[in-house]
Design a protein around this ligand. Sequence first.
Ligand code: MRU
Length: 341
Amino acid sequence: MEESFKALEFVDGKLKLIDQRVLPTQLTYVYASTSEEVAFAISDMIVRGAPAIGGAAGYGIYLAAKESDGNWDLFRKKCDIVGFSRPTAVNLMWAVDRMKRIAEDSGLDPDAMLAEADRIVEEDRSMNKLIGKIGSAVIRPGATVLTHCNTGALATCGWGTALGVIKTAYEQGKVRHVYADETRPRFQGARLTAWELVDAGIPSTLIPDSAAATLIRAGKIDCVILGADRITTDGDVANKLGTFPLSVICRTYGVPFYSVAPTTTIDFSMKEGKDIPIEERDRDEVIRPGGVLVAPANIDVFNPSFDVTPHQNITGIITEKGIIYPPFDVNIAKLKDQQKA
Ligand code: MRU
């Protein structure tokens, strides 16, 4: 099966994006035709999810090259605007760096850069499919799976990562039921994952984030499968806020806990999770969900968008190159060596 929509697509010189801010009540598109518009689309979360952000950034840098017309200083400034549009997902910096290398090799040739941006998207699509096949092996027949945030076609350039694994395992007849955390405060689980699960016809139930512990303790969840925004060489994983507490509950009750990501989400330059920059977002996301004030307007708010799960809590990291198991530091180093070879 293929995904029935594309989160991003480059059409007639513009980046066409599903506006993920307004799903599921509206399915509308936003067209970004400048590098600054791409940067805004990323920071405002019109497009979100680590691999989709990387894909969008590729086109942002292509547009930056066109706009700079051979002016390298201007090009670098524009690259920074795109590259700093969100801080946690390493796929963003990875895509910007990859595009900058092509800019240097080609002398800012827009054709070469557009081809590279297309390649980033195509590669992500193929990695997604491989991840689905590889990851579905960890799901036992009749399994009930819990997931967090959104890691499906909306979050990537293709089929999805963690939700891709779940969809593939469902097609294989192995998934009995999926529980989706609503994922406060931006509700990616309620608005996006639930939309994708309904679209795919997968039996599923939406839960408040805090209900996961009750289900896990009751033995109702066979495994938790979710995404990653940055994985360090020790195997620590930054992912959507709420991932870390889920991992603690899974460890307490012996439930397998898998993080799923393409190897483009591994930051080979960072050893420990404590060094991952964690984005803090606007207070209104917490006190005004959907534009409705639900707290005193002058209350202090702490709104980290991600948390870090220590590798000790992770059963395995599913990638397109295979499943990485502990010891993560050793096995991630091996993967790095394979990539160099
Ligand atoms: O803030 P978001 O919606 O971009 O956060 C997304 C996540 O945390 C996902 O789990 C992660 O990016 C993996 S998407 C395949």
